[in-house]
Design a protein around this ligand. Structure first.
Ligand code: ADP
Ligand code: MG
Length: 308
């Protein structure tokens, strides 16, 4: 990130208490322009609460939100003009077509965006069905229509609260493609989900929330490759162990089979590793980084202390 780059969305020690229950505890999030950010956590973790605070639908009991570098406490209307949102339980007029529903949305938001209806229908992949009545739409099409409505005023930031809930696999795939298209069109997307797999496939960055606390945050690619471990198959494991023990940047080496080893070492030094072995007449028939899925990581960080 360029240091001069202003985050599109930033929360600072954002907190919300409902009576005795602390729903959100000093949450710091930072979402960079053009990124798809997954806000991942189990039900009841505080995702909807955070989104409601971000959109000014609730007021925090502590901390604050900045959108586009502007404090929402003083600039909420400008912030919301530049933001589109799809929250749970959106509803349209079932007897109107998709296009006519968007006309209604455009009129409610003060007109001016009628001219964008064709473009947003295209973007969400509903052009061919735009004249059909909404009551004949699948849940996935309804969700995409909701995104179209949120895009009418051409926002820079899109906030989506669990948009893939209840979708079948095809609906999820379509939605995933839509999100990637939005990112390609330069939008920043903040998307909450309790589905690890979805976030892994759809997002650039992820923040994991548990019981109101953000317990991990970072690029999905880094979360997926948490452990710098390479698995290798070698021609002579005994000789390989000898060679590896003499390289100071190699950590723990474990033998997984007669010719298989797991080696803790920086992934960027894979070529050096292979050359060091070859110089000692040990050859690799296979070398690959061990993939830890985001799900493994999620389970690891969310498991109770005593089970770790
Ligand atoms: N209006 C409210 N009044 C009291 N408690 C609430 C309210 N809204 C949410 N909560 C509580 O705050 C916690 C977080 O809820 P929520 O933000 O809806 O979680 P998520 O969207 O991650 O499922 C839950 O324990 C929930 O019961
Ligand atoms: Mg929720």
């Amino acid at each position: 990130m360029h240091n001069s780059e202003v985050p599109v969305l930033k929360t600072s020690r954002l907190s919300k208490r409902f009576g005795k229950r602390l729903a959100l505890a000093e949450v710091d999030l930072e979402i960079r322009p053009g990124r798809v950010y997954g806000f991942l956590g189990p039900n009841g973790a505080g995702k909807t609460t955070a989104i409601s605070l971000i959109l000014g639908l609730l007021s925090p009991t502590g901390g604050h939100v900045e959108l586009f570098g502007l404090d929402t406490r003083n600039h909420l209307s400008e912030c919301l003009r530049r933001t589109g949102a799809v929250l749970e339980g959106v509803s349209f007029y079932p007897h109107l077509s998709g296009r006519d529903n968007l006309r209604v949305c455009a009129a409610i938001s003060g007109g001016g965006c009628e001219s964008r209806i064709g473009e947003v229908l295209e973007l969400v992949g509903l052009t061919a069905r735009a004249r059909d009545k909404e009551r004949g739409y699948s849940l996935g099409m309804r969700q995409r229509l909701a995104v179209a409505a949120a895009l009418l005023h051409d926002p820079e930031l899109l906030v989506l609260d669990e948009p893939t809930n209840g979708l079948d696999p095809a609906g999820m795939r379509d939605f995933r493609e839509l999100v990637r298209r939005l990112a390609g069109a330069g939008k920043t997307v903040f998307i909450s989900s309790h589905l690890l797999n979805e976030v892994e496939q759809m997002c650039d960055d992820v923040g994991i929330i548990k019981e109101g606390h953000v317990i991990a945050e970072g690029p999905v690619a880094e979360m997926v490759h948490q452990a710098d471990v390479m698995e290798m198959t070698v021609t002579n494991a005994d000789a390989a162990l000898e060679v590896l023990s003499q390289i100071d940047w190699v950590g723990l080496v474990t033998r997984d089979g007669s010719d298989r080893l797991s080696v803790e070492a920086p992934r960027a030094r894979a070529a050096e590793l292979s050359r060091a072995l070859a110089e000692n007449q040990v050859y690799l028939s296979e070398l690959r980084p061990r993939e830890t899925t985001l799900e493994d990581f999620f389970l690891e960080v969310t498991s109770p202390e005593d089970k770790r």
